[in-house]
Design a binder for this molecule. Structure first.
Ligand SMILES: [Zn+2]
Length: 358
């Protein structure tokens, strides 16, 4: 196995893992998961399933080698960021043995995602596989509805995660989002950011090391503030250029270096809509692996009404009342397509309508 390479043996001495949530007693874990924010926060899609990520095994070469030979170990598979799933209404990730023939397309060693009741679970990326009759154009559409079937697993298909995210259970959603995010990090971080030399996979996929200069590189997560801005009975909704006709959602933007999440909420709302925001509070977060964001859902109270759009960033921004949003969710507002189900904007709006932001 590649895990037994010299660089990995070396890694054992280099880093140790910090304390992890799964090591804490159950009551503490439950309190830790609940936190002090919104009561329903972790019901959001990709809100987490309490997966034991087994971080202490990532650098343990003998343990990883044993898992590789353990008949209970399973692997999920992604192709160009699309997980392999099976089923109709309710979908499940396909869990295959590590030596399944489909893994022959894998470009690198699998990533250890964690430990389930049945055994360890890994992820393999088989993006090198070239399906027959592939329509490349469909993969870059705003919504990729195409599905690809590999002949060695004919009862399953690769499907765009955003299309199927609400049909996966919490565990499979967490596994798929984790595998997708870390897979795209490896794809775009093959070279050392310090010296430019090719870097190598390390720590069962959770690190890259540069053999030339010795730098360690870790998976990145980009913080994004997404804000439910309200003023009385109305909320601020915007649409970006290129979105499908009528689609509106909460405003959002990347948190900048040196900035708090609250400050980012105020700055982005001012830049995109010209609206001033006073009190801001955090509500819920959502890992958004498209490709590597962590969405911080916040509630901001507007202190001004007038909208002045930044045309570079926004196609339109408008105030919408609770009634208009409720109509849109019910499909009775032909001018407004509300935020996609499964996205945190949809979750925040739904909870606002139901008076459940606390
Ligand atoms: Zn380097």
């Amino acid at each position: 196995m590649l895990w037994l390479s010299e660089s990995h043996k070396h890694s054992l001495k280099v880093l140790t893992s910090g304390p992890a949530l799964h090591l804490l007693p159950e009551p503490v874990r439950v309190r830790a998961r609940q936190g002090g924010a919104m009561r329903h926060a972790e019901e959001v899609t990709f809100g987490g399933s309490g997966l034991d990520r087994a971080a202490e095994l990532r650098g343990d070469i003998p343990a990883l080698a044993a898992l590789a030979n353990d008949g209970a170990t399973r692997c999920i598979v992604l192709w160009r960021g699309k997980p392999l799933v099976r089923g109709e209404r309710g979908l499940e990730l396909v869990r295959l043995p590590l030596d399944h023939p489909i893994m022959a397309h894998a470009g690198q060693e699998p990533v250890l995602l964690g430990r389930e009741e049945a055994g360890a679970i890994f992820a393999h990326d088989i993006s090198h596989w070239a399906p027959e009759d592939l329509d490349e154009h469909s993969l870059t559409a705003f919504v990729d509805a195409s599905e690809q079937v590999h002949p060695r697993v004919p009862d399953a298909r690769f499907a765009e995660l955003r299309m199927i995210m609400t049909r996966l259970n919490a565990r499979d959603a967490e596994l798929a989002a984790t595998a997708r995010a870390i897979g795209s990090w490896h794809k775009t971080h093959g070279f050392c950011a310090q010296c430019g030399a090719p870097s190598v996979v390390h720590k069962a996929g959770w690190e890259r090391i540069c053999p030339a200069c010795g730098a360690h590189h870790f998976p990145r997560t980009d913080p994004v503030a997404i804000m439910l801005i309200t003023r009385g009975n109305k909320t601020l909704m915007g649409r970006s250029p290129g979105w499908p006709k009528g689609m509106y959602s909460c405003l959002a933007g990347f948190v900048e270096p040196g900035e708090t999440i609250e400050a980012a909420v105020r700055r982005e709302t001012w830049e995109e809509a010209g609206v001033r925001v006073g009190a801001v509070r955090y509500l819920a977060s959502q890992p958004w692996a498209f490709p590597s964001s962590l969405m911080f859902g916040c509630h901001g109270e507007a202190i001004s009404d007038e909208i002045k759009i930044d045309p570079e960033e926004m196609d339109d921004v408008r105030w919408m009342t609770r009634e208009e949003i409720a109509d849109a969710f019910a499909g009775n507002n032909p001018d407004v397509l509300p935020a996609r189900k499964g996205a945190i904007a949809h979750f925040l709006l739904r909870n606002w309508l139901a008076d459940r932001l606390d």
